[in-house]
Structures are given as C-alpha cells and as structure tokens.
Design a binder for this molecule. Structure first.
Ligand code: ZN
Length: 232
C-alpha cells in the first residue's frame, strides 16, 4: 500500500464523476488527493453526488468534496483547489484524473500531460454511455484520435450530468454510468502508481450501459496530433 498512500493525485472536476472518483480513491487507500473545481453546489447536483448534502448548496464543490472525503478516512489529506482548471499549477502531481465535462479543460490537461510526461486518466459520461482513456508517456493522447469534427462532437455529447430535459431513464442511469467510469479511472490509477503502466488500457475503453458492453478501441500516436507531431 506504500505507493498508493504516498501518491499525489489531482482530481480535476468535482461534479458527479469527481465525487465518485474521490470516494473510490479514498477507499482504495490514496492519502494525498487534491480536487479542483471552480463551480458551486446546486440542488440538482445532490441526487448524483455522494459527497454533497443539502446544507452544501452554494458552497464551492471542491471544498465540499475535500471536507466530506476527509471524513471517510481521517488519515487521507484532501486539498481543495477552488480554481478554474486552466489556472491550476499542475506541477508536482504523480497523476491527474480528469472528471470534466468541458472539452477545453480536458484538452488543456491532455496537452500538459503529454508535455510534462504526467500520467493522465480522462473519464467522461453521457447517460448510459461512458469512456476512459489513459494518457501515458509514449502513448496516444486525446487529440491523437480527434479531428475538428470529433472535438465539436465531444463538446456537444459528453457531460457528467444528463441535460435537464433528458428522459427519466437517462437521468436515473446517470449515476450507474458514473460509478462504472469512476471505478475504471481509479482502477487505472492504481495500476499507474503501482508501476503496472503496461497493464493500463491501451486506447479508449468504451462502456455502453444499453448493451452492457465494455470495449476497447485501440489507438496509435497520430503524427498530425498537435501534441505528438514532433515526436511521431
Ligand atoms: Zn496525441
């Protein structure tokens, strides 16, 4: 457990996926977690965020997650960073887990991860569907598989929380997808800090709750990727 106890992990985003990921990290034995989010808790967040309570409405999400997660394990230090992702100092972390619904923030972390060789686990959910990609040194990144159309599509489709006018089935399925995707993210995080990067998912791990399927789409480094162009 030593490597897990001492690993410095940043969780970017304290929405539904960030709540689940931090909860899983604490219960898995991580003891040095930072969580970043600029946003505040709304009433609509309560039904799908395990660490939020009604009394937290109006408070910063990162501060609430840090406080609640600390109660799960008093030996775990959870630091709140109530800042925009683009404003964060990303140095000094052993790994970053992205739990964001903003494609621009995710691409910001992705570029940082490739440039600084920091492992980055990117999770995203949308109703019954979700996906996880692990970005490691020498491996494809988020932009390796994207063209401009993909980026527009991602921006449109993937969000931690289904839209307000989504049908009840989609709304209710949201938390089950979130739990699966957060679990996969933390499982990959455990492999990384334990020196088992070679066992990490190579490509994009897609989860489809409609079909009950979990598939991997393998990727290669794209020589036209803005992050990898000079390396490929
Ligand atoms: Zn790339």
């Amino acid at each position: 457990m030593g490597r897990i106890h001492s690993a410095r992990v940043l969780v970017a985003g304290a929405g539904a996926l960030g709540n689940e990921a931090v909860k899983d990290l604490v219960l898995a034995g991580f003891r040095d977690i930072s969580v970043a989010d600029f946003d505040t808790v709304e009433e609509s967040n309560l039904c799908r965020c395990v660490l939020f309570r009604e009394r937290d409405i109006g408070r910063n999400k990162a501060e609430v997650v840090a406080e609640s997660a600390g109660e799960l394990d008093p030996q775990c230090r959870v630091t709140a960073l109530p800042e925009r992702i683009q404003s964060l100092d990303l140095s000094g972390y052993d790994m970053i887990i992205g739990c964001l619904d903003s494609i621009s923030a995710r691409l910001h972390l992705n570029s940082h991860a490739v440039f600084n060789r920091t492992p980055y686990v990117d999770g995203a959910t949308d109703g019954f569907r979700g996906k996880v990609q692990v970005i490691l040194p020498g491996r494809p990144c988020l932009e390796c598989s994207m063209n401009r159309t993909h980026i527009r599509e991602l921006h449109r489709t993937f969000s931690c929380i289904p839209g307000r006018d989504a049908p009840p089935l989609i709304l209710s399925s949201g938390i089950t997808t979130t739990a699966v995707i957060a679990g996969i993210c933390v499982r990959e995080a455990i492999k990384i800090v334990c020196g088992m990067e070679s066992m990490c998912v190579n490509g994009i791990n897609y989860y489809d709750g409609n079909l009950g399927s979990l598939d991997i789409t393998e990727l290669e480094i794209n020589p036209r990727c803005p992050n990898h162009g000079e390396l490929a």
